[in-house]
Structures are given as C-alpha cells and as structure tokens.
Design a binder for this molecule. Sequence first.
Ligand code: PMP
Ligand code: GLN
Length: 379
Amino acid sequence: MIKSKLPDIGTTIFTVMSKMADEAGALNLSQGFPDFEVSRELIAHVSNAMKQGHNQYAPMPGLLFLRKSIANSLKDTYNWNGDIVTEITVTGGATEALYSCITAFIHPGDEVLIIEPAYDSYIPAVRLSGGVPVPVQLNPENFSVQWNNVEEAITEKTKMIIINSPHNPTGSVWSKTDLIKLEQVAIERNLLVLSDEVYDRIIFDGLQHESVLRFPELRKRSMAVFSFGKTFHVTGWKVGYVVAPDYLTSEIRKVHQFLNFSVNTPIQYGLATYLADINHYQNLHIFYEKKRDLFLKRITGSRFKPVKCSGTYFQLLSYAAISDKDERTMAEYLTKEYKIASIPVSPFYSDQRNNNILRFCFAKKDETIKKAAKILCRI
Ligand code: PMP
Ligand code: GLN
C-alpha cells in the first residue's frame, strides 16, 4: 500500500539510547541535553509574555524583536552587518532550519557533500528531496577536514556542502585556514554552503569559532544555522534560526512557511529579552570548558582514552583497551550492565563503521559528571 521513502532509516540513535537509559535506570550521558536548571530569569520573561497576551501566531519569519536581538548578538560576535528583515529567519529548532535549507535548494539528482561522521538529520533530508548524499570522511586520526578528499568528491552535479563546526559528535573544530579554503572551493565550484553552527558558543582552549558569517565572500553563498537550545540550555523549546543572504532567505522561507509557518510566540519574546544581555551567552565556553576538564580529570586512570575535544558538549572516549565489541553493542552493554548511557559513533557514518569509540555528553551537573566518571573508572 505504501512505499517508504526512507526504508532503511529507523528511530534516531538519540531516542533509542535515551529510552534504553530510562528503562535501565542508567545515568544518561547519551542524548545531548543539560540536566541542570534553566535560568529563572529567562523563564520569567517567557511567562510574562504569556501573561501579557502574546499567545497568538508570531510573524512567519520570526518576531522582529527577536531578530533584532539576534542581529545584535551576531554583530557583537561576528561583526555581522546583514539585514534583519530579509536575512534572519526564526525556525523550529536548528533541525527545521536545516531541513528547510536542504528542501529549498536540492533538486532530484543534486549531489550534497556530507562530512562524516555527520549529525544524523542531514542525509535523510537530502534524500527526501531526491538529492544524493556524498559522504567525505574526516581524518580518522584527529577528525580534521581532508581538503583533498573534499575536492575529489565534487562533480558537475554537486550543489551543496554541509559543514558543522564545532562538530557533533567528535568535538573537533574548523580553523580559519579551513574556512578560507572552503571559501575558495565554494566559489570555484559554485557550491552552496549549509553551515551547522549550533555549538558556536561552546568552543575551548582560547580558540575562536570561525563562522561562515566572518567571511564576506563565503557569506554570499552560505546559510548559517544556530540553536537557542544549546546556548540557553533549553533543548526542549526547539527554537533556532538561519542567517542567509536575501536571495537564499526568500526561498528558505517558502519552505519554512509551509513546514512550520511560525515559531512559539511567548518563547520568542522571552528569548529576545534575554539575548539582549551579552552576559547571558559570552561566558558559555568557560562554563562548559570547566565541565569538560572535570570529566577528563575524573576519568584519568580509567581504561577509556579521550579523543581531543575542542568544542561542543560531547567527549569521545575510545574503549579499544577494554573491548572489541562494536559500538552499538558496547553502548547497550554499558547502559544495562554499568548503568551509564552513551552514544555510539557508528550511526553518524553512512557505512556504520566501527572505531570502538563512544560519545559522552558532559552538559551535566558536576555531581552527575563525577558519578559518571566513577562508573567509567570501574570498567
Ligand atoms: N545540529 C547539530 C550538530 C546538533 O547537535 C543538533 C542538536 N540537537 C541540531 C543540529 C538540532 O538542533 P535543535 O535541537 O535546535 O533542532
Ligand atoms: N543534538 C542532540 C545530540 O546530538 C540530540 C538531538 C536529538 O535528540 N534529536 O545528542
């Protein structure tokens, strides 16, 4: 009766592992979300907006008040000087922004470069538009981009490249040199760039996030996607935004208006007020760097070997010294037997390859991090 459009796609690994963690009563360091409180002030702003009657549809592209706050934060951080009315669109999380961007531009047969390991929403979205995902592997040693491989993968049919820095799941980040190279390749080969920057404010060791918005020529062909879920610890609110030049934004909005139309009004008011104060985001990297360091310090002496994490709130740990189980089996085993849940990295590869590495989310209370480390040290 029906012919599935995604016959080989099951439930996302995030849902699978969080459910398994719940059922096993395990500490959940799998799906990426904080276990600590959200700012009372932010919640009060949202609640006040509701009480003041801001409960009907917001404008389709997003509240102007919120777009103004976003523009100020982008100006402050990336020296962005674009147009608030025609270049910023508020979306139902970054997920909707990514989907709208892909749907707006990918025609059947268009090839899209996906840098792997890759966040799991990109490939299904490309395929639903009839596009052809073309995986390009990061360097397995340090998860840096291998430009030779990227350039070799480009054909006459390549329409778009999807990039993600700071990178989920590896925690690697792209350097300024990478962005300069990206700009050159995108211009030479006439590519659109979809840049997933949801962890833009979570970058460590004094590094600077190299947004596509910092590079004027690159910006002309790029869509930069952000998420309030990550920046304000509210993953359940599902509010994000996409910044793109007007000729791209007008097409993206054609999809957005029929996919979602508009985003939760009182939450947009609350975010707009809260975002106006730079103190609410400018030290986020310090907050998470401390958590990364606490986690690393507490697992010293365990048999897990950390992979360098320069951004995001995920730490990869190799268990090669402990077991040769594949990653899914190992993640399940640790959840059920040791009561600690993580995410296997294999689902982020289209060939599901196994590297004996698991991803642990450290967006957790210090107390949770310490408990988790204690378990890991016993394994
Ligand atoms: N991209 C990446 C790399 C992510 O880690 C996430 C996290 N969920 C998303 C996109 C989606 O963000 P959102 O929850 O705002 O839809
Ligand atoms: N981005 C989150 C992660 O990487 C999860 C998002 C989701 O569950 N869809 O863990």
